[in-house]
Design a protein around this ligand. Structure first.
Ligand code: ADP
Length: 253
């Protein structure tokens, strides 16, 4: 097994409260892994630590063999880790395609004054490239409306798709998805499951936080269970479902 992401004894304290308590786990390259657990278990906090929005109080983070503890969120995106948010965060003043192009620009060369004068990466060329990456990613997430629509005119489900497309446009090796199926009906979540598999089959690694157990059990290669800030089980979907500690954690919620 090749670990793409490794968390070593990660602890996160907020004042006197311990939200993550000595969490160690690794995510295998090329897998779909899910993190489940009752409300307040620490799942979003763990995503925030992995993506650099909060600095762990203790412990270290490794990605592709590099210790990246303490790096800034934008540096972490360039390392190859991208995410969506539970509360969708799109730019309301930008169209759908422009929102996704923001992700693409993170992987493209920056343009400077010389480039405007006709260098190999002139602004127009970079913009065209960003637009073509964005179009490809919107196709991948099966977004069917026009790219010049503004996000606030769309359903929450479509806004979630755009956020996933924007994350993918930065060409991440690891995609973190925080409750992507929230607000979806069964047919929409089946479609999302197929999209997540497609993303994995294209060679990316996916880490999912999700309450929709039907989706988690259907698509995950590995499942880890957090409860009160600790990992209490890790395994295949069926082994985790049958684990008495997991059942007790959910019943106690
Ligand atoms: P989950 O995503 O599993 O529902 P969270 O990671 O959102 O859990 O929260 C875990 C715990 O940490 C909760 O008790 C929450 O109130 C607390 N928490 C999260 N962020 C902060 C913060 N910035 N300050 C204080 N407490 C926080």
């Amino acid at each position: 097994m090749t670990a793409l992401l490794e968390l070593r004894s990660v602890t996160q304290r907020f004042g006197g409260f311990t939200a993550l308590d000595d969490v160690s786990c690794s995510i295998e390259a090329g897998s779909i892994s899910s993190l489940i657990g009752p409300n307040g278990a620490g799942k979003t906090t763990l995503f925030n630590v992995i993506s650099g929005l909060v600095m762990p109080s203790a412990g270290s983070l490794g990605f592709n063999g590099t210790d990246y503890t303490g790096r800034r969120p934008d540096e972490i995106v360039r390392l190859g880790i991208a995410r969506n948010f539970q509360q969708v965060r799109l730019f309301p003043a930008l169209s759908v395609i422009e929102n996704v192009m923001v992700g693409a620009h993170l992987r493209l060369p920056r343009t400077g004054l010389l480039d405007f004068m006709g260098g190999p990466f002139n602004a127009d060329r970079v913009d065209r490239l960003a637009r073509s990456i964005a179009t490809e990613m919107l196709d991948l997430v099966e977004f069917k409306s026009a790219g010049d629509t503004h996000p606030q005119q769309l359903t929450l489900v479509d806004q979630r798709r755009i956020e996933i497309a924007r994350a993918l446009a930065s060409d991440p090796r690891l995609l973190l998805l925080d409750e992507p199926a929230a607000g979806m009906n069964p047919s929409e979540s089946n479609q999302l499951g197929a999209i997540i598999r497609k993303i994995r089959d294209l060679g990316r690694t996916v880490l999912l936080v999700e309450h929709n157990m039907r989706l988690v059990m259907a698509i995950s290669d590995h499942v880890s269970v957090l409860s009160a800030g600790k990992v209490i089980a890790t395994g295949t979907p069926s082994s985790v479902q049958a684990d008495p500690a997991v059942i007790a954690a959910y019943l106690g919620n």
